[in-house]
Structure formats: C-alpha cells, structure tokens
Design a protein around this ligand. Structure first.
Ligand code: UDP
Length: 239
C-alpha cells in the first residue's frame, strides 16, 4: 500500500447512524464535517466517488411499522430521511471543495436531481461526487441494498461500507467476549451463517454480480482512503 488508489470508481455506503455521533438522533455538525473530510481525501486521490447514505439516525421503516404504522408508509418516511442526510452531506462536501450532486430515487426536482444512471456516470467522469438519495425508491428495501444496486449500475469496482463496527465477527462481539474477527469471507458463508453485517438481500445481490464488499470502521480517521489504496482493513466479502 503506497498511497496510490487501487480503484477508479467506488461506492461508499454510510449508515445514517454514523452522522448522529453521540447525540442519539439527527445530524451532529462535527460528524458530518468529519465524514465529508474523509470522503474529500479520497476524492483528492482522483477516484470517482459515489455514495449512498442511510436514514437510521432520523427514521427507520421497521421502527414505524412496529409502532403500528403501515410498513410501506413508514418506509417512505425512511427514504425521505435519507434525502435529508444526503443534502447535509452534499453541503458538507461542497464546503470541502468537492463538487457534488444528489440524485434521488423519488422525484423531488426542486431539491435533488432525479436518478438517471447515465447522468450520474457523466457527473463521475467530470470529477463530481454523486450521492444517491431515497434508497431504491421502494419500500421493504434498505439502503445497503440500494448501495449494492447503484454500485452495480454505475460499474463501481467495489462497495465500501464505512460503518460503526470494524468488520464482521462470527458472533456479536457486544454480547460474546470470545467473538472472532473475520478478515475475509464468502458471500455464501455470510448468508448461511446469517452474519448480520448487511441485509441478506444486499449480500445476495452483490453475490449474483460479483461485487466485492469491504466493511470497516468509519470512525478511524483515514480509513476510507486506506481502503481505497488497497489497505487490508476490516472485512472483505467476495466469492
Ligand atoms: N428505505 C426504503 N427503501 C430503500 C431504502 C431505504 O424503504 O430502498 C427506508 C427503510 O424504511 C429504512 C430507511 O429507509 O429503514 C432508512 O434506511 P436504512 O435503515 O437502510 O439506513 P441505515 O441503517 O443505513 O442508517
């Protein structure tokens, strides 16, 4: 690893929770600044950067439906939450000098561009970062699945999930003291062992199309750039 990027085009999945910091809800200004700085460092390497942001810091469909809401309505709220996060991240990235566009899977033309695959490609070719908002545009999906979908549509070479944990363990390390860290694992093993690092739909979609996934801790400064330069951090999932 010598500071040279190993990839030309990547997709970074950021969980909504990563933006709330220790607040427990919403967007913490210091966190969005930190995330934008981390992404800007990768953009400066000349890598084409696309992103999907979750919405869990604001609203999750399952939370709404377990409180009695219709699941599809609750999921629509979750998708709107991802738009809020995407707009905040776009603003923070532009403040870091990264030209950025938000494309939404749900049309809201006054707020964001609609998702148009070829237009997104053009943005990336021109050196703009692109944030894909509103997940897949459908209820009953997650932003992990949206990230895999967009990564494939845009021919990203890899999907980085920069998240709250440092990778995959054989069991929950918060509960089991003897949990073992896994550096490399196949998609099928993740599915068979039901390791809940990404949802099963996302893993199987990545498996069907051979999209490599790398999961690592967002909160260690420099980690995204390290991963882009081939650093063996976190867990790599592939065939
Ligand atoms: N969501 C959806 N369809 C999608 C993506 C997301 O309905 O294609 C909704 C769903 O309710 C989800 C919420 O948006 O709970 C926020 O996304 P997610 O839970 O994936 O966010 P994260 O956990 O990454 O913060």
């Amino acid at each position: 690893m010598d500071g040279t990027p190993e990839f030309d085009r990547i997709l970074i999945k950021l969980s909504g929770e990563a933006l709330m910091g220790d607040q427990g809800f919403g967007i913490k200004p210091e966190m969005i600044y930190y995330v934008a700085k981390e992404v800007a460092a990768v953009h400066k390497l000349g890598v084409q950067v696309s992103m999907v942001v979750g919405g869990g810091n604001i609203f999750r469909g399952v939370a709404g439906s377990s409180a009695g809401m219709d699941r599809a309505s609750a999921d629509n709220m979750g998708m709107l939450a991802t738009v809020i996060n995407s707009l905040a991240l776009c603003d923070a990235l532009e403040k870091q000098g990264v030209p950025t566009r938000v494309q939404s899977a749900l049309p809201m033309n006054q707020v964001a561009e609609p998702f148009i695959r070829r237009k997104a490609e053009r943005h990336l070719e021109k050196g703009r970062a692109v944030i894909f908002a509103a997940g897949t545009g459908n209820p009953y999906f997650t932003t992990d699945t949206a990230a895999v979908l967009r990564a494939q549509e845009l021919h990203a070479q890899i999907l980085f999930k920069a998240t709250q944990v440092n990778g995959v363990y054989d069991k929950d390390p918060a509960v089991h003291k003897d949990a073992t860290f896994i550096k490399k694992i196949s998609y099928m093993e993740v599915l068979e062992r039901q390791l809940r690092v990404m949802d099963m739909t996302a893993i199987s979609l990545a498996m069907d199309n051979d999209l490599p996934l790398q999961i690592f801790d967002l909160h260690t400064p420099g980690n995204i750039a390290k991963a882009v330069c081939g650093g063996e951090i976190g867990t790599r999932i592939y065939n």
